[in-house]
Design a protein around this ligand. Sequence first.
Ligand code: NOJ
Length: 567
Amino acid sequence: MTNAHADWWKQAVVYQVYPRSFYDANGDGLGDIAGATAKIDYLAALGVDAIWLSPFYPSPLIDGGYDVADYRDVDPRLGTLEDFDKMAAAAHAAGMKVIVDIVPNHTSTEHEWFRAALAAGPGSPERDRYIFRPGRGEHGELPPNGWKSTFGGPAWEPVGDGEWYLHLFAVEQADLNWKNPEVHEDFKTTLRFWSDRGADGFRIDVAHALAKDIDSRPLEDWPDDPGQSSLAQSGSGDENPLWDRPEVHDIYREWRQVFNEYEPARFAVGEAWVAPEHQWMYASTDELGQVFNFEFAKKNWFAADFRLAIEEGLDAAERSKSTTTWVLSNHDVPRHATRFALPQVPSSTHHQIATDWLLRDGTTYYEDREAGTRRSRAALLMELGLPGSVYLYQGEELGLFEVADIPWGALEDPQAQMTAHGDAIKGRDGCRVPLPWTSLDATGDFGFSGPADHAAPHLPQPAWFAQFAVDVEEGDEASMLSFYRAALALRRALIVPTGDTSLAWDEANAGDVVAYQRPLADGRTLVSMTNFGAAPAALPAGEVLIASAELVDGKLPQDASAWIACA
Ligand code: NOJ
């Protein structure tokens, strides 16, 4: 059993399973819970400490399951509660923890509360669980104000009786009113429900949006875009009616009481796209415990950018008196093998190139896959050597690239529909394509579905998936999968057991080289070194534990990382 201690999550490697695209055990073309159970051995062999499952609850699947119709059940297409129990038992037996996703900002409009709200009418207690407001204009025909949905289009939807409801995401995702005590009680019931069923932790969706200031001034006095899609929320939270408001922390202090009812106490990791200087509050141990630090996912391939990201992450960890997290990819951003394969511009322009490229079906820019792979390998060592937790996204261990050319008609992401009439965005499906398990495509899905007779995968897989299939990579020592396994094993054996989360910058850390030191369990010191520059970098004297590329005359080439154990 690894990582059995109560604060296992402070230095864990967590693997994100996007259930519909992981493995399909029943042959309907959608991945399922039994599919995750079937691959527990694969995940144990990879060497991760925990799995986080994106939502698997009953849902109309308008937003990949982040539109939840019932928080305390399993979508029949993905299985049953018994399937969940079996999966959790299998994970635990293999020494892995289980993290489930909680979506507290909004429910699906198919949720029984929302249906009741529509039926009950204006002014009812049922409507008070959501954010309904009268429309403007003589007959309420205009939205209460000009707020926009994160996915495009207005953030208000009329319901036909003069009232409109707020949805910061899809029309089918109605925002809850966190001033209503029933909402608080219901989510505590949900947290206990999954804790009792074996969940060890929670991932909290849009954790920075729950508290809203709707009534302190007339709605139309707020700016139309109060920075809601801003990835770098900054400034004082109380100037913003929707995002990162100070009162949101009261909710998480309340949840902490629930987490502490359990032994060991449950933890949560918040998804909060807030400025680094605000991250630590969500992560403090009287709140969630951890928060995603997305700085790695935002950076292009420059030493200075990654150095800054590391500094900011460590600073947030220190302030929260917890640990930070490192994330290169998830189900919401273009895969990093592709981001690193595109022309690199300073990170202040964020994903613009990747986004443009996706919009134009991958024809605008040349995708240098060799560079993408090389940099992804280097990034992994830089990330895994750091103190804190690492969140991996399914398929990155295979080195998968973004699938940029999914035809518009096959896209599922509501972003594609909601922006279709304006500045169209294809959205996030390119990183959500069902995984290739076998290189043989005899049944048209690279082994994604177990049964020979099966429906087509819910998103089309490209022919090039064959060379990234698990069975190919398992047999190849030079593959990304073999590299992930080796690096994860070293981290588990030599870095985590010290329990020491300190980091010192190495003297070589300058210019194009990012280098830091960590204590190793055998008394030696780890030097992790990443070379972003063209000139090969000299390594310190010591044993090379692992390198992401072959050394050149004993030096570290460009776009490569190495771990050296020094006396
Ligand atoms: C963040 C989730 O990661 C994303 O996939 C989803 O669309 C939004 N929250 C809304 O729930």
